[in-house]
Design a protein around this ligand. Structure first.
Ligand code: VG1
Ligand code: CO
Length: 543
């Protein structure tokens, strides 16, 4: 074995964002860049000597090359074993499960999630800790600190083993176990939802389309939905992971999954439509003529989770990210369980899940998950929906409407303004922050502001604090507007504006969200002077 110690430069400013480090693929491919960051991670997490580490990614361009480098660096840094998905593939929830199941020290998850892939797309790298979840803030802070003064990295000169075969080999003294990326995940799902009941649903003629968006969920969805649950072959489309996701953004929203949305609102719609993102942690669920807003999906899953096979004991508590609508809070209140509001990003749910305070968590950005892993889990959400549909014997539209009739409807939309020039976006946000204290009492577009703040969170388990997590504006008539700058983009800045209004009256539950929210949308634009300052006349993406 020959370990090389290679001199390198600090890579200032590479702070892991909402979900790991994301950059243009070409940046990660710069000589020494990935290596330097990986060494900073290894040192930031306290070293990997004699540790077992899970490694896998969403299959995007550079996935296999990057895994080869990571394996050679793990060996050089003394890791005892690397557990790698065949062909370098592991969905984010499958990686989380594997870390937990194998009691590994942690894992490298290679993905830029919903961002486009390819040589000219995006790449990303995230370290998950022993609970299977994304590294919490103190760990990402330590990684960041190492990037600032790192001077060298370690790598072995031996080449990494071939990952196309399921077998165990040795790399310079480190065991490399290549595993089936799907099997453990299927076994876990079998314990959580009732495969027999869902198989009967499909056998009775229930029709579905699952768009895997040429990303990592394809093999998992095919194995479970078609292979185990007996859905008609062809139910899963775009089921083969491609390095560039077929040239698309693997983001299950109305813009990037436009065909699926069009199908579900057409005369040819099957009973259910669903899609997941690049790394398999997001999901969208649609019924015939209805798209379930992710915030509603969280509330609905929470309200019905006791019907799913693995959750008969019911709910411990519910957590949602701050910009997610308050629909979940209504379910928590009615069920008499705790409801938590955390900053954006799954890492903030980890402590609550570990402490057994919550069963289910979710974000407005198409993410839901439970205490079965420590990541959001796209296919899990789709399977739990199927189990609930099978148990209730109702359509998705019926289930959603009866939920609104019970709890009221939280009309919701998110408007994204992408690739704004960074200086301009920073200034817009700094001025918005500075104006917070003057906002209460002011009127915008016919609404009056009651309170406004910059969301700060104190973790109820470890007491750590996270400030400046987004500006919240509450209106006297109950509406809410939230402003955040994205932490996952790679080009300029993305401004996200989250808008919601509560409607208790069932006679008013079939309205168009953009119309119901028109006043809040106008007020938010005026408060942050979005059009005026950016010159944009409309958001790039509306979800
Ligand atoms: C976005 C979403 C956030 C999500 C994050 C990672 O972050 O808004 O809810 O947790 O992506 O999702 P931001 O900072 O761009 O708003 V993904 O599917 O990594 O893993
Ligand atoms: Co994702």
């Amino acid at each position: 074995m020959s370990i090389e110690t290679v001199t390198t430069q600090p890579i200032a400013g590479q702070k892991p964002g909402t979900s790991g480090l994301r950059k243009k693929t070409t940046v990660f491919m710069r000589p020494g860049y990935l290596e330097t960051y990986v060494q900073a991670v290894i040192e930031g997490v306290g070293g990997v000597e004699d540790r077992e580490i899970v490694v896998g990614g969403d299959g995007r361009f550079f996935n296999d090359t990057a895994i080869g480098i990571i394996l050679r660096m793990l060996a050089a840094n003394g890791a005892s074993k690397a557990i790698v998905g065949q062909n370098g593939l592991l969905s984010t929830p499958a990686a989380s499960n594997l870390i937990r199941k194998r009691r590994a020290f942690g894992g490298f998850v290679l993905s830029a999630s919903h961002n486009p892939g390819g040589e000219h797309g995006d790449f990303g790298l995230k370290f998950n800790v022993a609970n299977g979840g994304p590294a919490p803030e103190p760990v990402t802070d330590a990684i960041f600190a190492r990037t600032l003064d790192i001077a060298s990295y370690k790598i072995v000169s031996e080449p990494a083993p071939d990952l196309s075969e399921i077998r165990t080999s040795s790399l310079a003294g480190m065991t490399v176990e290549v595993i089936d990326p799907v099997a453990d995940y299927v076994a876990m799902m079998e314990g959580l939802v009732d495969f027999d009941r869902i198989s009967k649903l499909f056998a009775s003629g229930f029709a579905m389309r699952f768009d895997a968006m040429s990303a990592v969920t394809g093999p998992y969805a095919k194995a479970i939905i078609e292979g185990r649950l007996g859905a008609r072959p062809g139910t899963v489309i775009n089921g083969t992971p491609l390095p560039d996701f077929g040239g698309h953004h693997p983001d299950p929203n109305p813009v990037h999954a436009a065909k699926l949305f069009a199908l579900m609102f057409s005369g040819a719609a099957p009973d259910m439509g669903a899609a997941s993102d690049g790394d398999g942690d997001r999901n969208i669920v649609l019924g015939r003529g209805i798209s379930v807003a992710p915030s509603d999906s969280l509330a609905l899953l929470a309200a019905n989770i006791h019907l799913a096979k693995g959750y008969k004991a019911g709910l411990k508590g519910i957590a949602r990210s701050m910009p997610t609508s308050r629909a979940a809070d209504r379910v928590a209140a009615k069920a008499g369980v705790e409801g938590f509001e955390t900053p954006t990003g799954w890492k903030f749910f980890g402590n609550l899940l570990d402490a057994g305070r919550v069963t289910i968590c979710g974000e407005e950005s198409a993410g839901t998950g439970s205490d079965h892993v420590r990541e959001k889990d796209g296919l899990w959400a789709v399977l739990v929906w199927l189990d609930i549909i099978a148990a209730r014997g109702e359509s998705i539209a019926e289930i959603v409407k009866s939920h609104w009739a019970t709890y009221g409807r939280d009309y919701y939309t998110r408007h994204d303004y992408e690739a704004i020039e960074s200086g301009l976006a920073d200034k817009l946000f700094a001025d918005l922050r500075d104006s917070i204290q003057d906002l209460p009492g002011k009127g915008f577009a016919g609404l009056t502001i009651e309170t406004a703040d910059d969301f700060a969170y104190t973790d109820p388990i470890d007491g750590s604090t996270s400030a400046k997590q987004g500006v919240r504006v509450f209106f006297t008539t109950g509406e809410r507007a939230v402003f955040r700058l994205s932490g996952t983009g790679t080009e300029g800045a993305t401004l996200r504006v989250y808008l919601e209004a509560f409607e208790p009256d069932p006679a008013r539950h079939d309205l168009e969200p953009q119309q119901v929210l028109a006043k809040v949308i106008a007020a938010a634009d005026a408060i942050a002077q979005i059009r005026e300052r950016t010159g944009r006349t409309a958001p790039d993406v509306v979800t």
